[in-house]
Ligand binder design. Structure first.
Ligand SMILES: [Mg+2]
Length: 399
């Protein structure tokens, strides 16, 4: 692996100015061999401190955020040896909520009529969007049908995956070379080597992919790598005795999953994380779906990654681009905000429950995401035929 910084140590500050550039043929983006700390990194012995007062995590709202970070399950009535789903107001509330966040499937005509006048760019979150949320994050696999849908979308439109996972891990799960990948909540973006020439930014890094081709990485949080590794090891050590707790290193951020932790232990795990972070003022905590995420304090998020990729694609300040971002998580709201603020694209929230969002449309689950992606492909096929470019069946993955 060839891995060297363009200059000394990288700049780590607020968002950096981005020069205009083009990524060129996006199929040239291949996975980079650079990799972060493995999820199974051996952890040296670290003295464990007793957690501080639980009052800390109660008073700062962490516990409330943890309890509300995942949709509640339907009430189940267990009585007289039968189990019955209790009807509640959730479905009625959801239908009412869809008035504010209409279904992207029901409104596909609106989306397609606008898309036909513009250049569509598709951004996709991974967990909860392309793959279902499962108890074990290592087993959050996308279906072959979903992979086929994403691959076919990418035949027509630039398509990027923007995930909180490490870039290598999300590539491993998706497995499509024709996509752009941004891992660690957009803090690790890969793009073709030829764009490096005109750039003079310390956050750009040269590397090579697994086929030996030169690629560039944009990593605005490079300075934090040792700090994230250190915190990751502390998190592993302190949470190892909490059944069900799972700590992951996403290279530029770390996460603690508590989906499988007894709720009685949630205050303890929150306090452990809180106590560790007290020593790292340059790191901050965000809440995901049953997961605490530790990230560098920099002005960079999935919204900035969307702007970076659009600019790199040559769509900066263009009136004829239509970005569509599909995601289910709080971190995706940063991308929704960017599209909403610029009023030139559609954020689509994946959710089966009502929640406040900066998205424009909604989809209920990953199945509807797949339907939506397949609708985009059909739209592109119809347009191709209209323009005398009849795609061959062999051009698409249909099996
Ligand atoms: Mg997600």
């Amino acid at each position: 692996m060839d891995m060297k910084s363009t200059k000394g140590s990288p700049i780590l500050a607020d968002s950096v100015p981005i020069n205009k550039s083009r990524l060129g043929i996006h199929s040239s983006l291949l996975p980079c061999s650079q990799s972060g700390t493995s999820f199974t990194t051996a952890v040296p012995s670290i003295p464990r401190k007793k957690p501080g007062k639980l009052d800390d995590v109660c008073s700062n709202g962490w516990l409330d955020a943890m309890k509300s970070s995942s949709p509640p399950r339907k009430k189940v009535l267990k009585d007289f040896n039968f189990v019955e789903l209790v009807p509640d107001d959730a479905e009625a509330a959801y239908e009412s909520w869809k008035i504010r966040y209409p279904s992207a499937l029901n409104c596909f005509q609106t989306i397609s009529s606008r898309a036909r006048k513009r250049k569509l760019v598709v951004f996709l979150d991974y967990d909860g969007t392309l793959s279902p949320i499962v108890d074990d994050p290592d087993r959050a696999f996308m279906s072959n049908d979903m992979r086929r849908a994403v691959r076919n979308v990418a035949k027509h439109f630039p398509t990027a995956i923007i995930s909180g996972r490490s870039r290598d891990k999300v590539y491993e799960l998706v497995g499509l070379t024709e996509l752009y990948y941004a891992g660690s909540h957009g803090m690790d973006i890969i793009f073709p080597a030829k764009d490096m020439v005109s750039r003079n930014d310390l956050n750009y890094v040269k590397s090579t992919n697994k086929e030996g081709k030169e690629v560039n990485l944009f990593q605005p949080a490079r300075e934090f790598l040792p700090m994230i590794d250190e915190v990751f090891m502390k998190l592993v050590e302190t949470s190892k005795d909490i059944p069900g707790a799972k700590v992951e290193n996403h290279k530029f951020c770390a996460s603690v999953h508590y989906r499988n932790v007894d709720p009685d232990s949630w205050p303890v795990i929150a306090q452990y994380v809180h106590d560790i972070l007290k020593d790292y003022p340059r790191l901050r905590l965000t809440h995901g779906r049953k997961v605490l995420e530790i990230r560098p304090v920099i002005n960079w998020d999935k919204g900035k990654a969307v702007e970076f990729l659009l600019e790199s694609l040559g769509f900066s300040n263009c009136d004829d681009v239509l970005p569509i971002y599909i995601g289910d998580d709080r971190t995706d709201e940063d991308a929704f905000k960017v599209l909403k603020k610029k009023n030139y694209g559609y954020g689509i929230l994946v959710s089966a429950v009502t929640k406040e969002s900066n998205a424009f449309f909604s989809l209920k689950d990953t199945s509807e995401v797949q339907d939506f992606l397949e609708s985009l492909v059909k739209m592109a096929q119809v347009d191709a035929r209209k323009h005398g470019r009849s795609p061959k069946p062999s051009d698409y993955d249909t099996d």
